[in-house]
Design a protein around this ligand. Structure first.
Ligand code: XIL
Length: 352
């Protein structure tokens, strides 16, 4: 019996994990989840493509399973995500005839359809938030709104959301969530690479501007899809501190520490091939990270891993995609592919 991660950190922040509904029926995985974590988030089933695949046809079955699990086990629940450019059905961005709202030949078409799109996102959020408002502790209201490669100066991602509404979809999303979820709800803007420039500053400027415009935001979600060697702990500290200084909460929302650089070489095809020194180097990264989180615990309320054990991670898809032979195994968590404790587990449980 090894000590519980969530118990170790209970005075500092919640410890969360991303799950799929079927994981909750897997006895070993569910047991680890209950023992070591105090918060859950849906890895996929609360995204718009799952919740409202066709206009007006809501599918809550799988999302409900996760909500029920959180309630039964007295865990916090993060909702991921109300608005995103990915895993969103095409119908959102189609006009009443089923044609794309964004038409290069006809720039005015976007303006004509703007209200329709804003109405749709308002309706989606009203329905979802009304259903789950008593169960959710933190909402990812918008996800990945910044794109450093965007051609606009503010670095706003030029998704259909942006092309059709500018930044109005962001305001509409926060206003609607606040109105329906109430004053006590915790509303987050979530993104990746928040540690580094230029994204850090773009995100900061966006959030500061929204706050100045009276948009009610409680915190920044830092996905933290990071690597053993990147980013530095100083960059991470700086980013968390900047948002804390704005008066905001921070949550670490999708933590995983890839054993590869970027792009991932995917050089290991199985977990067994990963050398011990790589797992030791990963433990050092986890060590400095959790020391920082503890040091800054008054401005961090939740640290969520994007999975539980190394037998299920979205990073395997990426490692395989970029690998020469089309197969790559990553190992980003503190539990191994067989649920044993890794050096990274001992690093975050050790007091030295
Ligand atoms: C990923 C899931 O883990 C995968 O299963 C799915 O195929 C794609 O999405 N940033 C996010 C998450 O905000 O929603 C993504 O999750 C990972 C990157």
């Amino acid at each position: 019996e090894v000590p519980s991660i969530e118990e170790k950190y209970e005075d500092s922040f919640e410890i969360g994990a991303a799950v799929e509904p079927e994981h909750l029926e897997d006895p070993i995985r569910a047991e680890i989840l209950k023992k070591h974590y105090s918060s859950v988030v849906a890895e996929n089933v609360m995204k718009p493509i799952n919740i409202q695949p066709e206009e007006g046809e809501f599918n809550f079955e799988e999302a409900d399973q996760i909500v029920e699990f959180a309630k039964e086990n007295d865990m916090d629940l993060r909702f991921h995500t109300l608005v995103w450019h990915s895993q969103v059905p095409d119908w959102f961005f189609q006009d009443e005839n089923g044609d794309p709202m964004v038409d290069e030949e006809d720039p005015e078409k976007r303006e004509e359809n703007k209200q329709l799109l804003l109405d749709r996102i308002e309706n989606h959020i009203e329905t979802v938030v009304e259903r789950y408002k008593d169960d959710v502790d933190a909402w990812d209201v918008v996800n990945e709104t910044i794109d450093p490669n965007a051609s606009n100066e503010r670095g706003l991602r030029e998704s259909p959301w942006y092309q059709i509404t500018g930044d109005e979809y962001i305001k509409k999303a926060f206003e609607t969530t606040r109105r329906v979820a109430g004053e006590d709800a915790k509303l987050f803007i979530n993104d990746y690479n928040t540690e580094v420039e230029p994204k850090r500053t773009h995100l900061y400027n966006l959030v500061e501007g929204l706050l100045e415009d009276g948009v009610s935001i409680d915190g920044v979600g830092h996905q933290a899809h990071i690597q053993i060697g990147w980013p530095t702990i100083e960059e991470t500290r700086k980013s968390l501190q900047m948002f804390a200084d704005l008066g905001l909460d921070n949550q670490i929302t999708e933590l995983d520490v890839s054993i590869y650089g970027w792009p991932p070489s995917g050089e290991y095809n199985t977990y067994e091939e990963i050398p011990e020194e790589v797992l030791e180097a990963q433990a050092d990264k986890y060590d400095e990270l959790f020391r920082l989180y503890e040091e800054m615990d008054t401005s961090i309320s939740n640290v969520t891993f994007w999975g539980i054990a190394d037998n299920h991670t979205w990073l395997d898809d990426r490692a395989s995609e970029y690998s020469d032979d089309g197969i790559g195994k990553d190992a980003p968590f503190v539990f191994s592919d067989r649920y044993t404790t890794k050096p990274a587990y001992w690093a975050i449980m050790d007091d030295n």
